[in-house]
Design a protein around this ligand. Structure first.
Ligand code: UDP
Ligand code: MG
Length: 314
């Protein structure tokens, strides 16, 4: 079986030597016990601005496992991963996607391959505990998973993009035409036989996170809006709710008028004006999110361009 480890890299020159070393060790182990017939590490350089690509090229010469694709510009983690998965769907029997920074436990790969050899199509790497994450990240992440589940997204708790996928899973995945990628949701919606492998997530080996808070928020919003249309329905509920309140208020106003105790009414007027104004803006914003998504989808732009590959991939 041909096995590929896909690793998206953006400005990762600080971690690549160690990543290459550790992933090679994992592949050595798998080959030794005949769990795979052929192994490859496919680095996808997501338009890095540091020496990532020259490192990848050098490792490709020195190390027979290493290959690389260089994307023409930075398209973001999900699309870079997609580029690697698309390549793997055409050339491999199974592939594991993993981040370059060694936060995910490379030793879990071996257990994933064993599940594959027992007939599983998807093996999710699931974090056992989030010891190394900050309090803030831990709680925002949990809230995000809950929200996604609540909105009907079928996603696996504490699973990021560390997973094994079989060839047919990859082929099913790359047949999705959408441009707004939320891979972990897309994969779990495929429904092929799957298993979980638990691991402890570590600190980033070197370098710093490429996901600052701003990117995290926009990733969460993308996740929700590309997976669920329920926020649209909630707007309707919200609208109905406000209408009901308005009717009650009118009734109350008429009654107090009949009693002759009508108030000057400034307070209630202003409060409801602001409140409803806010609600309408919020609703517009949510609709705008979806309209933006639709716009992006109808354009059907290519997800990435490959600028260069390592020698053997040519
Ligand atoms: N990454 C990428 N393109 C980007 C940002 C990140 O390919 O625009 C890669 C990065 O090199 C790493 C993975 O995506 O392999 C996850 O990024 P990071 O570790 O910085 O995110 P975090 O673990 O902090 O959420
Ligand atoms: Mg990381």
């Amino acid at each position: 079986m041909k096995f590929v480890i896909v690793v998206p890299c953006y400005n990762e020159e600080a971690v690549l030597p160690e990543t290459t070393f550790q992933l090679s060790r994992v592949l050595d182990g798998l080959l030794e016990r005949n769990a795979i017939d052929h192994g490859m590490i496919l680095y996808v350089d997501d338009g890095s601005k540091d020496g990532t690509w020259s490192l990848i090229r050098r490792y490709a010469e020195e190390n027979s496992y290493v290959e690389g694709l260089k994307l023409a510009h930075n398209v973001g983690h999900q699309h870079a991963l997609w580029a690697g998965l698309e390549w793997a769907s055409a050339h491999a029997d199974a592939c594991v996607s993993i981040d370059a920074d060694l936060q995910d436990d490379v030793d879990a790969i071996s257990a994933m391959v064993d599940y594959y050899n027992k007939g599983m199509d998807i093996v999710y790497g699931v974090r056992r505990e989030r010891k190394t994450d900050t309090f803030f990240k831990k709680h925002t992440a949990l809230a995000f998973y809950r929200l996604m589940r609540g909105l009907g997204g079928d996603i696996v708790y504490n699973h990021a993009d560390f997973r094994l996928m079989s060839r047919r899973t990859l082929q099913a995945l790359v047949s999705f035409p959408e441009r707004n990628l939320f891979l972990r949701g897309m994969v779990s919606s495929l429904g092929f036989p799957s298993a979980l492998v638990y691991y402890d997530r570590k600190e980033r080996f070197a370098g710093e996170s490429k996901y600052p808070l701003k990117k995290m928020i926009s990733f969460a919003l993308d996740g929700i809006t590309s997976f669920s249309v329920r926020p649209l329905r909630y707007i309707t509920y919200l609208g109905l709710f406000f209408m009901l309140i308005a009717i009650l208020a009118i009734f109350y106003g008429l009654c107090s008028y009949a009693e002759g105790s009508a108030l000057p009414g400034w307070t209630s007027l202003l409060v409801s004006l602001w409140f409803i104004g806010g609600a309408i803006l919020l609703a517009c914003g949510i609709i705008g999110e979806y309209v933006g998504k639709i716009y992006k989808e109808v354009k059907q732009r290519p997800r990435y361009f490959i600028e260069q590959t390592t020698e053997r991939l040519k």
